[in-house]
Design a protein around this ligand. Sequence first.
Ligand code: 4AD
Ligand code: MG
Length: 476
Amino acid sequence: MSYTVSQLLTQDITFQPIEIKGWVRTFRANRFIALNDGSTINNIQCVVDFENTDEALLKRITTGAAVHIKGDLVESQGKGQKVEIQVSSIVILGDSDPDEYPIQPKKHTFEFLRENAHLRTRTNTFSAVMRLRSSLSFAVHKYFNENGFYYMHTPIITGSDAEGAGEMFSVSSLDAKNPPLDDEGHVDYKQDFFGKETNLTVSGQLEAETYAMSLGKVYTFGPTFRAENSNTTRHLAEFWMIEPEVAFMDLAGNMDLAEDFMKSVLSYVLEHNREDLEFLETRLLNEEKTKPQAERSEMSLIEKIKFVVDNNFKRVSYTEAIDILRNCKPNKKKKFKYIIEEWGADLQSEHERFLVEKHFKCPVILFDYPANIKAFYMRLNEDGKTVRAMDILFPGIGEMVGGSQREERLEVLKEKMKALDIPEEELWWYLDLRKYGTAVHSGFGLGFERLVMFTTGMGNIRDVIPYPRTPQNAEF
Ligand code: 4AD
Ligand code: MG
């Protein structure tokens, strides 16, 4: 019978004839194959009877080759594994030239592996990261499914660019070299595919709101695009965002939901992805050893995840945060690049990281931000100057979640749009929600890759998505 490596290592099936297919990780002493098939971080040792094996065949057992092995699963004689395969037959399914294969059994830099992203999941680190990514997405759907949410597919091509979340990529089928022009000499999008200007979506929120106002509780989980030219370790031009939206829920309920949701998905991987997490924890420990003591983390990877699961997130208003920041050492000693002088300042990532990493030392939910640094759709507070916004900040990551209670009052929303020059014609359907049965509602957006970064301890967002899209880079 055919098995996966994971099955062979965990099920009680010794002394049975088995078959397995996988890729050779290493071949040692003409005898020991370490075989991996992606089902687990662990390899299975396959012992070749080299005296009775054709020499030409032995030469083809090279790192990277795909093989089909038949044999018996037996208790291992050697150290390091409980069982091993006594090989009775081996067929090379696909050769791999050892002089050319880029993934040698040695340490490669992440930069090198990014250039070989089509092969990098053949390493322990990237296979563990991508198994965790898969597991986390499953946990996301599981959480919402078990809590009465409907999964909604919001459009990827959008006709509204009013969200104001960032620069957009335009979608057009016009001839870029010779586009049709209108009387004023501007590109005439009436002649374009959709008869209007369209873009790739920066968020599914506005459409999700329409469904929340009929189905009650919905969420989206899909690709999101931002053409910001920010070349950082935390930004992608194409990333995946999870956006729940709930009718009759206020900002406090939104915070409760976000916290419960994150704890649930993290608990799921603690329970189901232990071996991958342990591997990544060791990797991180070794990486940290190369850093100065002061920069090393006090907690191991699994401890950090457990800490988030077991402790309440700290809820702090923007106003309180500004007080803390104004009086903190790095601000007074002008160590920040942007000095916090007064209420109303937009928080930069250096400030967010100070709050979570140095001051509170736990995830922080900041809420009630000044209206003028947040999006038009956020619910204005009674003070007339703050909105019911919340950002969740994570140690080592910064902003993980951005969300808010939405402005449900038609007149207030219209005024806000007018002040920001957002044409009503463009969002007539969004305004309709406030005309017909409007109600308090809230939601948030969580950047999935930032969650994967936190869970895996990877330091660069390019290493937690299969094929990263960043400025000047769309290979593969
Ligand atoms: O804070 P943002 O811009 O919020 C929204 O888009 C709202 N419409 C969400 C909502 O209320 N439904 O983005 C949400 C999250 C951020 O907190 C961050 O984690 C992630 O999306 N994010 C990015 N992740 C990777 N690369 C980028 N360029 C990102 N921009 C935002
Ligand atoms: Mg944000």
